[in-house]
Design a protein around this ligand. Structure first.
Ligand code: RUB
Length: 323
């Protein structure tokens, strides 16, 4: 018999899969929240049944999107910290673990912002890609320190998360120039930093982030613009210490070109015309194109991030629900 998973867990999993909830930090936060609610609403009568339900919930959340390591890291943090002999004890412990994880996440983002802000001088222009709350935290801290910052915001096809970044920056009164992705190289001449987030950081210092980040970083290097990656340590991918690679999510082709858009443009039927569309959501930027990884523990050259990874995650292995 399948353990009962609370409907709200299924709803959260669905929101992550459809990107209603998106961005690595928000995904980790939502996963912890879902486990807390699962614990709260559990009807389990034995500790074993309670743990089985939690594991089933974790699995359901895990199977939504494969690239952001904040998701398994969040699940692991909560599941591995639970203590108790009775259902009420386990329930309380799960909720406590989840709240602790969420509080850490928020605090890490704030601290990282202060570190990142030190790299930004008064009057600097940052170029952004996608929407990263870690990256925006650096801008916010710089503004709080009284610095004037301007932004060139890449739209970020196909989901246009750049528009969310632009909206947030405008709320903070930051002057924003929105450009299509293809205009990035032209506008790099006006930028002092490329500032992006990360979904995962590999042990060799590679940065896995929204598709287009690697091309932007190559162009930035050519133009002499430093690339700064804002990533709290929950983005460090422990499996990469033992030789695993990070899975790059492939999303539905309709995000790039829907049947109706195709029909509008060509009058034809996309499937009949045999057009192949590929839609990878992320790419890998090698460490040589990254100048600094900014975390809540300070900034690191990408090549030395493995030291921090070892210290924080040690021998962490296995699926999140294997406790
Ligand atoms: C989001 C993305 C963001 C990172 C970091 O991709 O690539 O740069 O997740 O975000 P998607 P944050 O929109 O496909 O989820 O700093 O908020 O964790």
């Amino acid at each position: 018999e399948q353990p009962d998973v609370a409907p709200v867990v299924e709803a959260t999993a669905d929101d992550i899969a459809t990107m209603e909830i998106r961005g690595a930090a928000a995904i980790g936060d939502a996963a912890a929240e879902a486990l807390a609610i699962q614990a709260e609403r559990s009807d389990a009568s034995t500790p074993t049944a309670f743990r089985d339900q939690l594991r089933a919930a974790a699995r359901e959340l895990y199977e939504t999107r494969p690239t952001a390591v904040s998701l398994p890291n969040a699940l692991r943090y909560v599941l591995r910290g639970i203590e108790g002999e009775t259902v009420p004890e386990l329930r309380e412990s799960t909720i406590e673990q989840a709240r602790e994880f969420q509080a850490d996440l928020e605090q890490a983002q704030e601290r990282l912002g202060e570190v990142g802000a030190n790299r930004l001088r008064d009057g600097d222009v940052v170029m952004t890609h996608c929407h990263s709350t870690d990256a925006l935290s650096c801008v916010e801290a710089a503004l709080d320190a009284g610095k004037h910052v301007e932004a060139i915001v890449k739209e970020t096809r196909p989901r246009k998360q750049g528009h969310i970044t632009a909206e947030q920056l405008r709320e903070w009164d930051v002057p924003v120039t929105l450009v299509v992705d293809n205009a990035a190289r032209r506008y790099l001449d006006d930028a002092d930093h490329v500032l992006v987030g990360a979904d995962s950081i590999a042990a060799d210092g590679s940065v896995i982030n929204k598709i287009g980040t690697s091309g932007l970083a190559v162009n930035a290097r050519e133009r002499g613009v430093p690339v700064m990656v804002a990533a709290q340590t929950i983005k460090l991918h422990p499996d990469t210490m033992t030789g695993h690679t990070v899975e790059i999510e492939m999303r539905d082709e309709s995000e790039v070109l829907s049947e109706t858009e195709y029909a509008d443009i060509t009058g034809g039927d996309r499937a009949d015309d045999g057009l192949t569309v590929e839609n990878p959501a992320f790419d890998v930027t090698p460490p040589r194109h990254v100048d600094a990884i900014v975390t809540e523990r300070g900034q690191f050259p990408p090549e030395s991030i493995v030291t921090l990874m070892r210290e924080l995650f040690g021998e962490t292995t296995g699926e999140p629900w294997e406790v």
